[in-house]
Design a binder for this molecule. Structure first.
Ligand code: C5P
Length: 235
C-alpha cells in the first residue's frame, strides 16, 4: 500500500513572535515548510505530500512549492486548512486519493526530522501497528500543576509522574488510513496530537525511537537551534 504524508501548516505561530505564519518563516533562507516537505519527500516510501495551508493562503503556498526544487518521484497537493490543527489534518485527509493506505501526519514546525525517523515510522505501520509515534525520553522531570489561586500567584504542584515512563512525542506520526479517518470522525474534543485520538478509540498506539533533530520549532530560541543544526549538516 502507498504512503502519503499530510503536513498541517495552517498555524499562525504566535509563540514564535510577530511575523509571517510559522511555516513560512525562513530557516537559513528557506521557509520552514519547504524544509519539512523535503524531509518527508526524502523517504523513498512517501509518494504524496499534502500540505495544509492557511485558509486564505493556499495559492501562495502552491507557488512557494513550485519555486523550490522538490523530488520528481513525489506528488504534491495543497489544500486550505482550518481553525484548529485537528481540523487542518482532517481537511488534508479528505484530499487523499484512495490508493494511499498509510498516512503520516507531520508538523511543518518540525522541519529537520531525519529520513531514518520517517522510515522507522512507516516500517512500524507496515508491520501492522495502526498508529505509531516517534518518541524520546525526557531530560526534565515533569510535574502536574493545578491552577493558581490568583493570576501571578505560584501554581500548586499536584503530581510527579515517574520520569522513566514518560516520553516526549514527535512527528511524523504514522497511521493505518482507515484508523485515522475513523478517529477524526469520532473524536470531537480538541487534542494536541493525532495518536491520542486513536488511543481514545481503544486501539493500540506504539512508540519508536524519535530523534533530537525532530524537535518542534516553537519559540524564538528554537530558530537559533534549527539554524545551527542546518549549519552542522552542511559541514
Ligand atoms: O501550534 P502548534 O505548534 O502545535 O502547531 C503544530 C502544527 O499544526 C504546525 O505545523 C501548525 O502550522 C499546524 N496548525 C494547522 N492549523 C491550525 C493550527 C496549527 O495546520 N489551525
Amino acid at each position: 500500500t502507498s504512503v502519503a504524508a499530510v503536513i498541517p501548516a495552517a498555524g499562525r505561530g504566535v509563540r514564535l513572535g510577530p511575523g509571517a505564519p510559522k511555516a513560512l518563516r525562513a530557516l537559513s533562507g528557506t521557509p520552514m515548510l519547504i524544509h519539512a516537505v523535503r524531509a518527508l519527500a526524502a523517504s523513498r516510501h512517501v509518494a504524496l505530500v499534502v500540505v495544509v495551508a492557511p485558509p486564505d493562503g493556499a495559492a501562495g503556498v502552491k507557488s512557494l512549492l513550485d519555486a523550490h526544487a522538490l523530488p520528481d518521484r513525489t506528488d504534491f497537493l495543497v489544500v486550505p486548512g482550518g481553525e484548529s490543527r485537528q481540523e487542518s489534518v482532517r481537511l488534508g485527509l479528505e484530499a487523499l486519493p484512495p490508493q494511499y493506505g498509510i498516512v503520516l501526519v507531520h508538523d511543518a514546525a518540525r522541519p529537520l526530522v531525519p529520513v531514518d525517523t520517517v522510515d522507522a515510522v512507516v516500517e512500524a505501520v507496515r508491520d501492522g501497528a495502526p498508529a505509531v509515534v516517534p518518541a524520546l525520553p525526557l531530560a526534565d522531570t515533569v510535574k502536574e500543576v493545578a491552577p493558581a489561586a490568583e493570576a501571578g500567584e505560584p501554581e500548586p504542584v499536584v503530581a510527579t509522574p515517574e520520569r522513566s515512563r514518560l516520553r516526549a512525542v514527535q512527528t511524523p506520526q504514522g497511521f493505518d488510513r482507515a484508523t485515522l479517518v475513523r478517529a477524526h470522525e469520532s473524536v470531537t474534543e480538541n487534542v494536541t496530537d493525532d495518536a491520542s485520538m486513536v488511543e481514545q478509540l481503544g486501539l493500540p498506539v506504539v512508540a519508536v525511537p524519535g530523534h533530537e533533530e525532530a524537535f518542534k520549532v516553537t519559540r524564538p530560541l528554537d530558530l537559533v537551534l534549527a539554524e545551527a543544526v542546518l549549519a552542522r549538516r552542511r559541514l
